[in-house]
Design a protein around this ligand. Structure first.
Ligand SMILES: [Zn+2]
Length: 259
């Protein structure tokens, strides 16, 4: 098969690969957005469980402290009676000391309870905020999941049509050319380039004059010594063709800018 016939097939193959690359990137992005929301929801769920558990723990401690306070006020009552019944200074002093100690313990427990109450309040606020955020995300997930699934299915359908097109083009090429193409493609490179005037339009480096000269007859593909792309000669566009190409590029640029 002449390279004249292979060139358009290679161009078609490279175009299909460029489209596939874009479709794959879009699919990945679409999946990534949903996954990001899911990860945040899972994080919030975990956070809520921890907060609920710590509230339970704090409430239990508070209950124990309240119980202790009740016992303590009984002790204080008894200590007061002892003070009233004291018969000498030694007994008064002992009762007063005991009363002081009990009151100090009572104040400590009171402070502890107040601290726990404010911590429980904080935890409740944090739970409320996390629940609101989680609800918001779940609603968004539910809404976007449907849209996103549909969008991914459409992209995948396009990709599979594109793969068929690629296979058709690939099957028409001679094995050696296809292998060269695939080995470049698998390394993530665009495997083909053309030249009009001796400059490789893949890497924009000048080709050795001898290489360029043999390319003019279009009998064989060459390899660009700089970027290693499969390179072929294409006569430079005529002024009319150049103008049409420039206009098309300008149209595309303006439609991209307006969209
Ligand atoms: Zn090159």
């Amino acid at each position: 098969m002449s390279i004249e016939k292979q060139i358009p097939i290679l161009v078609q193959l490279a175009a299909a690969d460029a489209v596939a690359k874009e479709l794959e990137a879009n699919i990945e992005q679409e999946r990534g957005e949903i996954d990001g929301v899911r990860v945040e929801v899972a994080g919030l769920t975990e956070h809520l469980e921890i907060d609920h558990a710590s509230i339970q723990e704090m409430e239990k401690t508070r209950g124990d402290l309240v119980q202790e306070l009740r016992l303590m006020s009984g002790q204080i009552d008894r200590s007061r009676e002892r003070l009233q019944r004291a018969r000498n200074e030694r007994e008064v002093n002992a009762a007063e000391r005991e009363l002081d100690e009990l009151r100090k313990l009572q104040r400590d427990r009171d402070d502890e309870i107040k601290r726990l109450v404010s911590l429980v309040d904080l935890a409740r606020t944090s739970i409320q905020e996390a629940e609101e955020r989680k609800g918001e995300l779940e609603a968004r997930l539910e809404g976007s999941l449907e849209g996103s699934t549909k969008c991914i299915a459409e992209l995948e359908a396009k990709l599979s049509a594109n793969q068929k097109e690629r296979q058709d083009a690939a099957s028409k090429l001679p094995g050696l050319v296809l292998r060269r193409y695939e080995s470049m493609h698998q390394r993530g490179k665009v495997p083909i380039a053309k030249t009009h005037d001796g400059t490789c339009l893949g890497c924009y480096v000048g080709l050795p004059p001898m290489v360029f000269h043999t390319m003019l007859s279009r009998r064989e593909f060459e390899e660009c010594p700089t970027c290693h792309r499969i390179i072929y000669y294409e006569p430079p566009p005529s002024p009319e063709e150049q103008q049409a190409a420039d206009e098309e590029a300008a149209d595309q640029a303006s439609s991209e800018a307006s969209s």
